[in-house]
Ligand binder design. Structure first.
Ligand code: NAD
Ligand code: ZN
Ligand code: ZN
Length: 428
């Protein structure tokens, strides 16, 4: 099959690799019809997440059709499913209390050392997200193996298009959990740093939860425009002093809750960020937490800090004093996607939530490298890239979706692999 592989910093390529196989009775194989590039993928692309190996198949936001099932899978061939990005067993302590992204059974023992040393506890498995999270092949591919297929995938009704439900795999639940972690009440003013996909869905979620006012912060005019269309007020941090503006907009008190939807690669010329860029470049493990620091300083005393943005290592000059002296609450984490699926699917079906406005580009899988490059370098207009493995490569860069390819048998595509593969494919 064809799959997008990581080869090194800012070097991703579509290659021919082995087809996935059922290796556990609870597995299923999915033929991917849609898969998206995430801001989290950019951290891998930029080489700031460790434990990547050339040849790793990327992609943790995907959906498709069930084409094979293990004997203990509860899925049936032909079903359309969206797959959550964390891999969860459904029966360990953390899964039982719905903390799915802390599953204890999905990261194989031999992959646990690094995260255990870094974080004091091994991470759970995540599709296509480094060997620290299990080294699982991701879904930016024609096919993908889904472990614990009796727990994660949600079957979606045929009347909903891929574009309407694909983001259940990650960014919609992530935006929702970010808003939930901000404990939004009806009179609250909430500020959201970052108007990428996660920030925009956090804004949408905060408004659905009844926030009185949402203020969106970014520096890309088009992304800010999208936030405005959702109902947010906006601040461009290149032209406006963010803290001053927030004080003014919140009657001199400060906002009640802040959401950092930026993560470890903050932009901007704040002095701490310029230093962090240099430190990150020389690989001494410093995350660029400029947006988070700004958020902690801007929130009112007693306020809430929600941090969906991904961080990997350590950060310097963290305003610990502000966190303590202002009595703030900080909540964060990889999203417990499974927890939110049924509720969010219902909200999509009844029209409360629309996710399709976000998609700026639909590309064939073969053009994934261009998708990565532009999602990173043309962020203003490339707001979300959806890759369609079934889209003919020649149909190019248009933003119109076409249907998926006809299902083909795994055996047939394995045959083509034997004939075409340039080099042995990695397997995890
Ligand atoms: N917790 C989770 O489970 C989870 C899931 C998905 C994504 N994420 C993380 O959420 C973050 C955002 O993801 P995304 O897909 O929206 O990424 P993205 O890169 O598309 O968007 C980030 C946005 O932040 C803006 N930004 C950068 N520096 C800023 C600053 N100093 N102030 C304000 N805005 C700033 C950028 O201009 C950009 O629009 C990433 O760190 C990603 O890894 C977390
Ligand atoms: Zn993602
Ligand atoms: Zn578990």
């Amino acid at each position: 099959m064809r799959a997008l592989t990581w080869q090194g910093t800012q070097d991703v390529r579509v290659e021919t690799v082995d087809d996935p196989e059922i290796v556990n009775p609870r597995d299923a194989i999915i033929r991917v019809t849609s898969t998206a590039i995430c801001g989290s993928d950019l951290h891998l692309y930029d080489g700031v997440i460790p434990a990547m190996t050339p040849g790793d198949i990327l992609g943790h936001e995907f959906m498709g059709e069930v084409v094979e099932t293990g004997s203990a899978s509860t899925l049936q061939k032909g079903q359309r499913v969206v797959v959550p990005f964390p891999i969860s067993c459904g029966s360990c302590f953390h899964c039982r209390i719905t903390q799915y992204s802390a599953c204890e059974n999905s990261n194989p023992v031999e992959k646990q050392d690094m995260s255990e040393k870094l974080y004091g506890y091994p991470m759970a498995g995540i599709f296509g997200y480094s060997h620290m999270t299990g080294g699982y092949s991701g879904g930016q591919a024609e096919y993908v193996r889904v472990p614990f297929s009796d727990v994660g995938p949600i079957v979606v009704p045929d009347h909903l298009e891929d574009d309407q439900v694909l983001f259940l795999s990650d960014i919609l639940p992530t935006g929702w959990m970010a808003a939930e972690n901000a404990e939004i009440g009806p009179d609250d003013t909430v500020a959201v740093w970052g108007c990428g996909p996660v920030g925009l869905f956090a804004i949408q979620s905060a408004l659905v939860m009844g926030a009185a006012e949402v203020i969106a912060i970014d520096h890309y005019p088009h992304r800010l425009e999208l936030a405005k269309k959702l109902g947010a007020k906006t601040i461009n941090f290149r032209t406006t002093d963010v803290r001053e503006a927030l004080m003014e907009m919140s009657g001199g008190i400060g906002v009640d809750a802040v959401i950092d939807a930026v993560g470890m690669e903050a932009h901007g010329f704040a002095i701490d960020n310029i230093l962090d860029v240099a430190k990150q470049k020389v690989g001494i493990g410093a995350d660029r937490a400029s947006a988070l620091k700004q958020a902690i300083l801007a929130v009112r005393p007693g306020g809430r800090v929600s941090m969906p943005g991904v961080y990997g290592g350590m950060t310097d000059k963290f305003p610990l004093g502000a966190l303590m002296e202002k009595g703030l609450q900080l909540r964060t984490g990889q999203t417990h996607v499974h927890r939110y699926l049924a509720d969010l699917l219902a909200k999509i079906e009844d029209g409360t939530i629309d996710t399709t406005f976000l998609i700026s580009h639909r590309l064939p899988l073969e053009e994934a490298p261009r998708g990565y490059k532009n999602f990173k370098e043309e962020q203003d207009s490339w707001t979300k890239v959806v890759l369609k493995p079934g889209m003919a490569a020649s149909s190019g860069s248009g933003s119109k979706a076409i249907g998926g390819s006809e299902p083909r048998s795994i055996a047939a595509s394995t045959l083509s692999l034997v004939q075409n593969s340039a080099r042995p494919a990695p397997r995890w």
